[in-house]
Design a protein around this ligand. Structure first.
Ligand code: HEM
Length: 502
């Protein structure tokens, strides 16, 4: 009997080892993993830095073990095309680690399944179709105008307090205005209203906490047969408290308000709630969907504009060229609107260049293989997480001359698409999971940046236009030091009245 049991265990172990060997055969090369922890101990806070270093040794497609989870990273345009276009069908699921990912009941973290398709269709139709983008144009323009007024107000306060003369010499924190204009635009799009200031503050605090919690994953999260330990023992007080706080905020800022508004109210939430009444959507999905849009939309757009403004200050010639174009197309008697964008090729190039050099999510969001596929001649086994390093692709010297240089002109000669068709620059991803808000974000970025440059001239408070261009680690590429800049009225706009409301 004992002999029988020992033989059985030996056979099972041998079979498991053979299966594992087969499973791992032909996967891309990469750093040697350790038992249980894989390569986690070698990962730098900026994952992109580790991936770039390993890629120097092992090539453009590498295997990295996050605990026991195999992760494959690609960093060339050709491999991105294979992942996001040729093998899109098998690589469109999502890898989810943190408990903050709604277990896939939402849009962003859902696997590619009928539930996802339904939500994606709904959002595209109601929020991001060309018709919807056009319908909400005045909303973006109003919010941009409010942003200018807010900057103007702050500068006027400085002038009145005698801190500065007409040529302003006290810096403003650019992020403050960008965060507000983007969040207000999206919240009005979603809810038909702006948040009250305390609601906005609470929202920001919750998102901040969410980022912190997402970073508190433990080794258990990366070892598939120990994941339950993580959610059972470690998770939960913090996470549960956070969830309660988020739901409370949501009920107060979104649902209660919605109950009170008229039936013909136009916010997206109203439409979601009607579907909930008809039992076509659960409350959890409604909450997650609104949360998705607010979180996926607000920071992503604001951070790119902040980087763009930093680059513009670093390269004054770029600022001058953009302003010359704005002045000659628009003049000085009115503000720029979205219908001007098509007549402003340099401004469009500036937006593209900012997205090339500083995509908001340098590794996009993690995809996951629903079947075993082959990419670049290597096996990507079912269940593998796949990252596309869009930041490295946008800086690949094989495709871009002097890639580290901020030079919008590079886009002038060639009509390069940045919404997922040209794999040399894919800040919004590509294929089935491409960012649904790409066109709307491009419009908003051009509108905000155009107005900032048309109304003001920007410079650094530190002589020599010195700016800290370092970025914080994490899913989003955020400037470590918030950009501080001196704003003075752009020549031809030397008075407040020039940009005050008509
Ligand atoms: C500069 C601005 C933005 C950039 C660079 C950006 C980039 C991205 C990227 C890289 C992805 C992942 C694509 C993939 O996994 O293949 C994504 C997904 C997504 N983005 Fe954006 N995004 C931006 C703005 C926005 C805005 C304003 C919204 C909403 C109001 C939004 C909503 C979403 C949603 C819902 C998804 C998930 C799509 C899915 O999984 O199917 N994004 N975005």
């Amino acid at each position: 009997m004992v002999l029988y049991v020992i033989s059985l265990i030996t056979i099972i172990t041998a079979m498991m080892m053979l299966y594992q060997r087969w499973w791992r055969s032909n996967i891309p090369p990469g750093p040697k993993p350790r038992f249980l922890i894989g390569n986690l101990h070698q990962m730098k806070p900026h994952w992109t830095h580790s991936f770039a270093e390993w890629s120097q040794t092992y090539g453009p497609i590498i295997s990295v073990w996050m605990g026991t989870n195999l992760t494959i990273v690609v960093n060339t345009a050709e491999l991105a095309r294979q992942v996001l276009r040729d093998k899109d069908h098998q690589l469109s699921n999502r890898h989810r680690v943190a408990r903050m990912t709604q277990n896939g009941t939402d849009l962003v973290w859902s696997d590619y399944n009928p539930h996802y398709v339904k939500l994606r269709k709904l959002c595209t139709l109601e929020l991001f179709s060309l018709k919807s983008i056009e319908n909400f144009r005045s909303l973006r323009e109003m919010e941009t105008r409010s942003m200018l007024e807010s900057i103007l107000k702050d500068l006027t306060i400085m002038q009145d307090s005698g801190d500065v003369d007409d040529q302003v010499h006290k810096p403003v924190v650019v992020r403050k205005y960008l965060g507000a204009v983007v969040l207000n635009t999206i919240s009005r799009l979603m809810l038909g209203k702006e948040f009250k200031s305390e609601e906005g503050e609470e929202f920001k605090a919750i998102v901040h906490k969410e980022h912190l919690l997402a970073g508190t994953g433990t080794l258990f999260d990366h070892v598939w047969w120990l994941e339950w330990v993580s959610s059972w023992v470690i998770s939960d007080k913090n996470f549960l408290e956070h969830k309660v706080r988020r739901t409370k905020w949501f009920r107060g800022a979104v649902m209660e308000e919605e109950d009170a508004v008229a039936e013909d109210h136009e916010g997206f939430v109203r439409k979601l709630l009607v579907l909930k009444e008809k039992n076509e959507l659960s409350e959890e999905t409604v909450v997650s969907l609104v949360w998705n849009m607010l979180t996926a939309g607000a920071d992503t757009t604001a951070v790119v504009i902040e980087w763009a403004m930093a680059e513009i200050i670093k390269y004054p010639i770029v600022q001058k060229k953009a302003q010359q174009e704005l002045d000659s197309v628009i003049g000085f008697e009115r503000l720029m609107t979205e219908s001007d964008i098509s007549k402003l090729p340099y401004l469009q190039c500036l937006v593209k260049e900012a997205l090339r050099l500083h995509p908001s999510t340098p590794l996009m969001l993690p995809h996951k293989a629903s079947e075993t596929v082959w990419v670049g001649g290597y096996k990507v086994p079912k269940g593998t997480t796949v990252f596309v390093d869009v930041q490295s692709i946008g800086r690949d010297p094989a495709n871009w001359e002097n890639p580290e240089e901020f030079r919008p002109e590079r886009f002038l000669g060639e009509d390069i698409d940045v919404k997922g068709r040209d794999f040399r620059v894919i800040p919004f991803g590509s294929g089935r999971r491409v960012c649904p808000a790409a066109q709307m974000s491009l419009n908003l970025m051009a509108l905000v940046m155009g107005n900032l440059l048309h109304c003001f001239s920007w410079s650094s408070p530190i002589p020599g236009e010195i700016i800290d261009m370092s970025e914080s680690p994490g899913l989003l590429s955020i400037m470590t030091t918030p950009l501080q800049a001196l704003a003075s009225f752009h020549s031809g706009r030397s008075g407040v009245h020039r940009i005050s409301l008509d």
